[in-house]
Each structure stands twice: as structure tokens, then as C-alpha cells.
Design a protein around this ligand. Structure first.
Ligand code: ADP
Ligand code: MG
Length: 673
């Protein structure tokens, strides 16, 4: 390490300026800060720069330190022309070789003295423990060990200046540039500081440049630059270059994205009120989205569940009249008489159609049920014949009890059971009890009132034993019982007719073609499959609409993040300048601000998820048990989506201001406007 440092820098100047001009454009006017300036800085020397205010001293330091580029002329760093260096290479030079003590100190107000001193090390990728140790050692060296946790606001001017000096030494730089470092110190501390700087040059072999008004300091210099109106006279007092350059710790790494992300998190916590308001925008957007989409999804699955509970997706319901049966749930059409009656022979024909698994008669019985003096309306369907019970999805879902095959039994729908049993007992207590049922009318199927026929001769009161409680709104009786009722009800009308039939397809994919075949024979058909499809289509529309509204809310929230981030960039120009001056690369600044935005977005997304979920839960609570499983549903994909969107929106919204922050040049950012 040591020998390498000597080989590279022993005889080379640390920095060399050759015929440098620096001009600034101030409106129409061109200001010449430096003119035809040439100077050589050797390791192991102290150079003092004297001159009046506005003479160009700070500008000179900026160019030496790689913070600014000259308008004309050559800058050589250890023999290398830096004209072709990229912004990252200049940042690396500042990070690894230069220690800057600014005239205005430029500490980060929100960081403790220790963290300020450790900042150059953080930017150089040094671990937290090593940063802390080294920063504390440096603070001790400048006599501020007991002020490590104070923020700059709680320190005196002299203490702030000493923190700034400790920071300049943190990365063990070869070149130390001090802009009026003794300005705020009493004469005793001032001369102690000068002793320290001189020792760094003469004993350690570093190259020290001190800008000052104090002519006494010039007495300790190896070289004095008099700078006035941008012009320079060089006065050498000793022969420079006699001391070899030190072994500097070359910090080749950079701050990791994780470190910057943590730093961003800390800075957010410090400005938590503002962070909260920014995140609130995202939270409200996400909450709106979660509530709306959650309601849409929940409603859909609720409706679909009820639809599916009405029968099998593989079933085709056949009605006697010609033409397709109405699929409108709410306006059943009533026709006067069947043109194609369904008879036992029809059932045989239907079960032999290609793709058909079998067929059976179906009906919907409108009835009155009575139990211990309570009466309510009930609709009853026949269960499929026992030979079809193994077809998946065909049997109704039960809450309690079981389905029975023997005649004279019934499965009551939960709502009817609740009315019959009264509020003091559970519906389940009806199981095993006898319910009286008076059949009033029958129709072909649940969806069509075709073939609706009143009882031409009223049926005797039926006594049915309850074997189970179903979830759907329709009760079930065994097939033989239903056949018996049908026969009794149609006595006097056309003999041998059934009000409707159900045909089961062998596979779901055959339902549509099977239905077409049945239609071709003059029967009306309806399928749950079509109904389910059209319902899910309608819901897709609703979901898209709700998603768009939620999306707009999120975009607005994103804009809000963008605006607040832009304000933060303006407000923290100076901090950005300090970071850059200490060797942060553009992408480090970009990452820092972007991490802030993403933190805000993720936190906002999380809060929004909680808010939206809470509102949905509240809605479910208000609706009570009426909707089984609740109207609002929060599927996993929606929870994930809200976090991804929260983070994503703020990522996009934060990219522009973060880019602006990264594009600022260190000198521009540090200039007080
Ligand atoms: P000193 O440090 O000796 O007081 P400076 O180097 O700060 O002087 O400034 C030299 C001259 O250049 C001054 O007239 C100053 O106003 C001008 N100057 C410095 N930086 C800029 C800048 N970024 N834009 C415009 N003018 C500048
Ligand atoms: Mg100055």
C-alpha cells in the first residue's frame, strides 16, 4: 500500500493548473472569476491563498477539488488531464482524494456531528461500524468527542467549523482544501487548527491549501498565492515536494442502494409530518381502489355463488315451447301452451342425444309451508334421480343435515327454515321435524314460468320430514316425490306431459352444442353456463369501471408525490450540493430521492390497504349475516396490487424530481441564490 502510494505520487504534483480561465455568465454579463492561472501543488506542502473578497479564491478551490470545471485551460490530477473525466470520475476524485472545508461549513442540518463526519465514508461504502469508529476518532482529534450526537443547530460557530474539518479528514484525502477555516475560531483554537493542517502536510505528506485573510498563517506556508481580480502571483517560500505523499486509504467503493435507502428512510422520519401528508395521498388512492375493486369482486363472487347454487353448469334446462327460453331472470314470459310437449319419450330422446349424459323431468313447485303455526312461501325443486347424484356440482349445497332419496322428505332453504323455526331456535332444530306443504302451482323451471299451471285439482296437504337445511333459496324434494306431484297436478290437462326437463352434458364444453341440438328439435333451452357467462361479463365491465376510478385516484396521488418531491428537491438543494461535493455520484442522489418516494409509496399503499380493508370490513359488518361470506372481498392479488401500485406510482412520480436533483452540479447546488 505504502510503496504503491509513493510510486504513484512521490514525484508527481497532486494537482496542476495550466493557464486556467473561469468565466461565469450572470444574465447578459460575463464575470471573469479566474484568468490565466497556473499553479502546481506538490504533496507535503502548505499553500496559502490570500486575496480580497470576490477575488476568485473559492472558485480556485472548486476547480482544484473537482467540483467545477474551468472555462479554458488544463487541470492535471497526479499527471492526468481531467478534461475527459465523466461526472462519476470527478465524483470519485472528490470522494477519495479531496477533503473540503467550506467557507460556509455546509454541514447537513438534520444529521448529528458524528453522522456529518461519517458522511464521506458512507458515500464511499464503508460499513456503519467502521464509519462510527472513525468519525468518533476524528471528532476527538478536533476536541469535540462530547458533541458527537449534537446536530449543527446545537453547536457554536467554532464547533461547527471543527466538525467541518473533521469531515474533510474522514476519507483520509491527499488534498485538503480549506476555505477560510479559522474565520470563526478564537486565536488559540485558530492556531491549533493551523498547526493540525501544517502537520498534515509536513508530517503526513498531504497537500494542504488554505484560503485566509490572516497574513500570519501565510508565514507557515511553503507557497503563497496572491489572488486579485482573478489574476495570481505565486510566491514560493520553500522548495516544495521534499516530503513523499502518504499512503492514502483508497476507498474504491460507493454507497450501496440499501445504505441510501436507509438514509432516505431516516430523512423521511425526520420530516414525518410532510411525509405523512404525501403518503396520505397514495393511501387514499389505494384505499379507494381496494374498496371499489374489493366490493366488485365480492359482489361478483357472491352473485356467482348464488347462481351456481341453483344447479349444475353442465345442465341444459329444457322447456316445452318453441324458440329459446327467455334468459331474463326478472321477467319470466308466460306462454299459453306447449307446442312441443315433454313426455317420457322426449326424455328418452334427450338422453340419447350426442354429448348427453342423461335427462330427467324437472319442475318448480310454488307452495306454502307451515310449521307450528308459522307459514311462509317456499319454492321446491326435484332433486335429480339418484343415478345422477355422482355428477359433480349437481346436488345442492347443504348447511346442515343430508339429502335423502326416500319419498316424503324435504331439504328446506335456510331462509325458509329461519322463518318457520322463529328467532328462538336454530334452523338446524327443524331437522327430523315434519313440515306441512300446500302446493299451489308448478312451472317448468326456476328461470321460466313456461308451462306454469295452477293446480287443476288442489293437492292434499303434504307432510314432509326435514332432512337438511340448504343454502340456496330453493328447497328440494326427492325425484320420486316430485314425479308423484307432477302426475297429480296435471291430471285433467294433457296426460303424460312434464313441465320441463333437465339434460346433463357429458362435459362442460358440450353444453352449448347440446343446447343447440335440443333447440333444433323445437324446444326452448336455457343453461346456467350462459347465465354465468353473461353475469361475469357484466361484472368485468363493472370491475373495469371501478378500477379506472381507483386508478385515477392513484394518478392524482402520484402527482401529489411528484409535487411534494419537487419541493423537497428545491428545499434541499444545499444538502444535495453537499452530498455531491463529498463525492456522491449523480445516481446516488437519484437513488436517495427515489428511495424516499418509494418508501412513501409503499407506506401509503400499506395504509391504504388497511383503510380500504377497514371500510370493506365495515360494509360487511353493516350488512350483517345477510350476505354469506360478506359483500366485500379482499383477494390476495388485490392486496399485492395495492402495494405494487403504491410503490410504482410513487416511483414514477418521484423519478422526475429525483432526476432534477441528480442533475444539479455541486457548485450550483451550493450557491446561495
Ligand atoms: P472569493 O472566494 O475570493 O470571495 P469567489 O471565487 O467566490 O471569490 O468569486 C469570484 C467571482 O466570481 C465573484 O465576482 C463571484 O461573484 C463570481 N462567481 C463565483 N461563482 C459564481 C457563479 N456560480 N456564478 C456567477 N458568478 C460567480
Ligand atoms: Mg470565497
Amino acid at each position: 500500500m505504502n510503496s504503491m502510494g509513493n510510486a504513484n505520487t512521490g514525484l508527481l504534483p497532486v494537482v496542476e493548473l495550466v493557464h486556467i480561465d473561469k468565466r461565469y455568465q450572470r444574465g447578459q454579463e460575463t464575470v471573469t472569476a479566474l484568468q490565466d492561472l497556473s499553479v502546481t501543488l506538490m504533496p507535503g506542502t502548505v499553500t496559502v491563498v490570500l486575496g480580497p473578497s470576490g477575488g476568485g479564491k473559492s472558485t480556485l478551490l472548486h476547480i482544484l477539488g473537482g467540483m467545477d470545471r474551468p472555462s479554458h485551460g488544463t487541470v492535471r490530477v497526479q499527471g492526468q488531464d481531467i478534461a475527459g473525466w465523466s461526472s462519476d470520475e470527478l465524483a470519485r476524485y472528490r470522494r477519495t482524494q479531496v477533503g473540503f472545508v467550506f467557507q460556509a461549513f455546509h454541514l447537513i442540518a438534520s444529521l448529528s456531528a458524528q453522522d456529518n463526519v461519517a458522511l464521506p465514508l458512507l458515500l464511499a461504502g464503508v460499513s456503519a461500524a467502521d464509519r462510527k469508529r472513525r468519525a468518533q476518532a476524528l471528532l476527538e482529534r478536533v476536541g469535540l468527542a462530547d458533541r458527537a450526537q449534537h446536530r449543527p443547530g446545537a453547536l457554536s460557530g467554532g464547533q461547527i467549523q471543527r466538525v467541518a474539518i473533521a469531515r474533510a479528514l474522514a476519507a483520509d484525502p491527499l488534498l485538503i482544501l480549506a476555505d477560510e477555516p479559522t474565520g470563526n475560531l478564537d486565536s488559540a483554537s485558530g492556531s491549533a487548527l493551523v498547526d493540525l493542517l501544517v502537520a498534515l502536510a509536513h508530517e503526513d505528506g498531504r497537500c494542504v491549501v488554505i484560503v485566509t485573510h490572516n497574513a500570519a498563517i501565510a508565514d507557515r506556508a511553503d507557497q503563497v498565492l496572491h489572488i486579485q481580480d482573478g489574476r495570481i502571483t505565486v510566491e514560493s517560500r520553500t522548495v516544495p515536494g521534499s516530503v513523499p505523499a502518504p499512503a492514502t486509504s483508497v476507498l474504491s467503493r460507493t454507497a450501496s442502494a440499501v445504505t441510501l435507502g436507509r438514509m432516505a428512510g431516516r430523512s423521511l422520519r425526520q420530516r414525518w409530518v410532510r411525509s405523512l401528508f404525501t403518503g396520505l395521498g397514495i393511501a387514499i388512492g389505494v384505499a379507494a381502489m381496494v374498496t371499489l375493486i374489493g366490493l366488485g369482486t365480492g359482489l361478483k363472487s357472491h352473485v356467482m355463488q348464488s347462481v351456481l347454487s341453483l344447479g349444475s353448469l353442465d345442465a341444459v334446462t329444457v322447456s316445452p315451447q318453441a324458440g329459446p327460453a327467455t334468459t331474463n331472470l326478472f321477467q319470466p314470459s308466460v306462454v299459453s301452451g306447449p307446442t312441443h310437449p315433454i313426455t317420457a319419450r322426449t326424455l328418452t330422446m334427450l338422453s340419447h342425444l350426442p354429448g348427453s349424459r342423461g335427462a330427467y323431468a324437472s319442475a318448480a313447485f310454488m307452495a306454502q309451508s307451515t310449521y307450528r303455526g308459522r307459514t311462509t312461501a317456499i319454492m321446491l325443486n326435484p332433486l335429480p334421480p339418484a343415478s345422477f347424484w355422482s355428477v359433480p356440482g349437481l346436488l345442492p349445497t347443504l348447511q346442515d343435515g343430508h339429502l335423502a332419496t326416500h319419498p316424503g322428505t324435504v331439504v328446506l332453504p335456510a331462509d325458509v327454515a329461519r322463518v318457520l323455526v322463529g328467532s328462538h331456535h336454530s334452523p338446524r332444530s327443524l331437522i327430523g321435524q315434519i313440515v306441512k306443504v300446500r302446493i299451489a302451482a308448478m312451472s317448468g323451471s326456476l328461470f321460466s314460468a313456461s308451462g306454469l299451471s295452477g293446480a287443476s285439482r288442489p293437492l292434499a296437504l303434504q307432510s314432509l320430514r326435514v332432512t337438511g337445511i340448504g343454502v340456496a333459496g330453493v328447497g328440494d324434494v326427492p325425484y320420486p316425490t316430485a314425479l308423484h306431484w307432477m302426475a297429480q297436478l296435471r291430471r285433467g290437462s294433457t296426460a303424460g306431459d312434464y313441465p320441463g326437463a333437465t339434460v346433463l352434458a357429458r362435459q362442460s364444453s358440450q353444453v352449448a352444442s347440446l343446447a343447440r341440438r335440443i333447440q333444433a328439435r323445437g324446444y326452448g333451452t336455457s343453461t346456467l353456463q350462459r347465465t354465468a357467462q353473461s353475469i361475469s361479463q357484466s361484472f368485468r365491465l363493472i370491475e373495469t369501471g371501478l378500477g379506472v376510478i381507483g386508478g385515477i385516484a392513484l394518478v392524482v396521488a402520484g402527482l401529489m408525490i411528484g409535487v411534494v418531491m419537487s419541493m423537497a428537491v428545491l428545499e434541499r438543494r444545499r444538502d444535495i450540493g453537499i452530498f455531491r461535493a463529498l463525492g456522491a455520484r449523480r445516481r446516488d442522489i437519484f437513488r436517495l430521492f427515489l428511495s424516499e418516494a418509494v418508501w412513501i409509496g409503499l407506506a401509503g399503499g400499506l395504509v391504504g390497504l388497511g383503510l380500504g380493508g377497514g371500510v370493506g370490513w365495515g360494509i360487511n359488518m353493516l350488512l350483517g349475516q345477510s350476505a354469506s361470506g360478506g359483500l366485500f372481498a379482499l383477494p390476495w392479488w388485490l392486496a399485492g396490487l395495492s402495494l405494487i401500485l403504491g410503490g410504482g406510482v410513487s416511483l414514477v412520480a418521484g423519478a422526475v424530481p429525483a432526476g432534477h436533483a441528480a442533475a444539479l452540479s455541486p457548485v450550483d447546488a451550493l450557491r446561495q441564490e
